[in-house]
Design a protein around this ligand. Structure first.
Ligand SMILES: [Fe+2]
Length: 451
């Protein structure tokens, strides 16, 4: 690299012309060598040189100028230009490094900023740290509202246990948790705070995750082998941690919002049950049966939330049905049944303004459709009916058949299963019925005869 610097400098025509001109004016031969003694400029065979002046880059000798007494001027000139070139290269390298760092931080900020899930935030930051620093275990310690650690998430699950041991035994970490200031300890063995404690790691670096004055967690970077973590590493970790803290807080608030949302949905579902007491616990069973069917159909886990919400809210539209119809003891008249048949549409009307439930509505709107087109309210057929609605139709009908109603007693499980088989492919989707029949209802769903 250093050799390349001298060679690069002499390759510039203005420099070689300048040295050439000096030699001619001063009438003194000059030869320039690299650190291995290879001539880079001049003719070494001309004569014995009186003078040898080394050329340096920093502390290292990277070549020499040989010539008569006047060659000191050429050497000084070259040394000056070497220093300037060296500084320019270092500055370029530093600028490039800074650019890469800023670019990495921008990418990291964009990635982590759009993330609303705590584990995903942890995955992103630990992945980024692993790219930048040497470490055996990188962990994110999460705090609750009282700044007490409640979770330890590491990018390598196997290391979590080790970290817990280290946390329990290391006063360094304990001290860090109290002061919550970034800290590097490169030699835990000689740190007095670790005296007598069994050690898992040799070097550690910890940074708090803070939102203003509140500590929401910590990032801990650990190495089993002794390492020299530098101030620059700690600075980089702090910068990443600042963005991570914001992302973690956002994920926490989002989760809280989501929990509130689901609690509201559960309250809504309970409201339906309270209005129609004959169907006690019907909603919960429809949810359980629907999820069991989805499992047998091999539907993706991400779909379960949508199915669960649709199953829980499938009869929400009954809030719009008149009491004299909904609570009637006995069969409904044609007019009353026509009114009752509007409940899937009422359900859609109630929920259509909730953006978060957009993909849940088809399950509610179509849960009384039949595969043969004889259902209501739209008379859709087969796969025109949303899969969520086809699943709920089987779960809902099975539960209705196996529970007592004011106008009839419950059918036995075997009879209800036979009914599902009888109407498979006409009222019900055949694949959904088949999936439900393969669910060990009694064991898996805790359902016994006569329930
Ligand atoms: Fe219904």
């Amino acid at each position: 690299m250093a050799k390349a610097l001298l060679k690069k400098l002499l390759a510039k025509s203005e420099i070689s012309t300048l040295v050439q001109a000096f030699c001619q004016t001063a009438q003194t031969p000059v030869c320039i060598y690299d650190d291995k003694g290879t001539p880079l400029f001049g003719d070494p065979g001309v004569q014995e040189f009186k003078c040898t002046i080394p050329l340096r880059e920093g502390d290292r000798i990277i070549g020499a100028v040989k010539g008569g007494d006047d060659c000191t001027i050429v050497a000084s000139l070259l040394q000056y230009m070497l220093n300037a070139e060296s500084e320019r290269v270092a500055l370029g390298r530093e600028t490039l490094e800074k650019y890469r760092e800023i670019s990495m931080l921008c990418d990291f900020g964009a990635k982590i900023g759009s993330c609303l899930e705590t584990k995903e935030v942890v995955r992103i930051i630990t992945g980024e740290i692993r790219k930048l620093l040497t470490a055996d275990i990188i962990a994110v310690l999460l705090c609750n509202d009282h700044e007490v650690i409640t979770d330890i998430l590491s990018d390598d699950g196997s290391g979590e246990e080790l970290l817990v041991v280290s946390l329990a035994e290391g006063e360094v970490v304990e001290n860090f948790l109290i002061t919550a200031t970034p800290e590097i300890v490169n030699d835990l063995a000689s740190d007095p705070r670790c005296a007598g404690a069994p050690r898992t790691f040799s070097s550690t670096m910890c940074v708090p995750l803070k939102i203003q004055e509140k500590t929401v967690g910590y990032v801990s970077v650990n190495s089993m082998k002794p390492l020299e973590y530098r101030a620059r590493d700690l600075k980089l970790l702090t910068t990443l941690s600042d963005q991570t803290a914001v992302a973690l807080e956002k994920a926490r608030l989002y989760k809280r919002l989501e929990e509130t949302f689901y609690a509201t949905i559960r309250t809504l579902a309970e409201t339906i049950e309270k209005r129609d007491p004959y169907t006690g616990n019907h909603t919960k069973r429809v949810v359980d049966y629907s999820l069991a069917i989805a499992g047998k159909l091999g539907l993706p886990k991400e779909y379960y939330v949508r199915l669960e919400l649709a199953a829980a809210l499938h009869d929400i539209g009954k809030l719009g049905v008149r009491d004299d119809v909904l609570l009637k003891d006995g069969p409904l008249t044609a007019d009353e049944f026509a009114h009752m048949k509007k409940h899937p549409t009422y359900g859609e009307e109630i929920l259509k303004h909730i953006k978060h439930l957009e993909d849940v509505i088809p399950g509610i709107k179509y849960h009384h459709e039949r595969c043969d087109g004889q259902g209501y309210p739209y008379g859709l057929k087969g796969e025109e009916i949303d899969i969520t609605a086809r699943i709920i139709a089987v779960a809902d009908s099975f539960d209705a058949m196996t529970t007592d109603r004011p106008y009839r007693t419950a059918l036995s499980l075997d009879v209800a299963f036979k009914e599902l088989i009888k109407f498979s492919g006409t009222q019900f989707d055949a694949a959904v019925v088949e999936a439900f029949l393969s669910v060990p209802v009694r064991e898996e769903l805790g359902m016994n005869e006569g329930e």
